[in-house]
Unconditional design. Sequence first.
Length: 244
Amino acid sequence: PDSTFVLGEDDPDLADLFARVPAAETWVRGVQFDVVENELALGGRLLTLRTPERTVDDIFLPVHGAHQADNAALALAATEAFFGSGLDDDAVRTGFAQLALPGRFEVVHREPTVVLDGAHNPEGAEAAARTLAEEFTLSGTLVMVVGLLQGRDPEEMLRALGADQAGIVVACTPPSPRAIPSTELAAAADAMGVAVEVVPDVASAVERALALATTDDLVLVTGSLYVVGAARTALTQMEEDPSW
């Protein structure tokens, strides 16, 4: 009851629900705080954020995806609500400049470019596809490594990811008891007319994708944080191998 409720969700269908939260004060994105400017920058985004206290400009956010600006605005507002006052502008800029989000459209290799994104639902998949289209210029082919968990419709996820624009999808099985078998995912890709290979083991699927890719291609590993985690481990081991 004595808290400040900092709300980043602006879906009008949920407004009545959130209005019943018994907080002492409510800050709503778009009213008390917001993103004023959100521009593409080299290696991330350049933001201007507004809070009830003031506006901070020239904030470099070293992550990909326009939607991350809304998350940044929410984080800044929540921090100011917690401390009960505005933060030093330079502290805000320094803090955001040090941000790292492993597995969230994370570029882990170049030539070919390898991106890890733990998109695990249609909304996340659509955000990944938008980020790819808006922030990356592909001179080569898109190669996808995809693995999904049960509860997701494989075709819906593939369409949301833009798999129909990929040169090939390498279907894998996430290391989870809730995994959708790679063969089932491959069947959905095949039904969409997408070229697909089945490599159940995530590490082997990443190796296969790298073998298929040229230096100009982009390899997107996605569909589940289980897939991204296993791929991250495998890529780290590859990087440490002098023969790779």
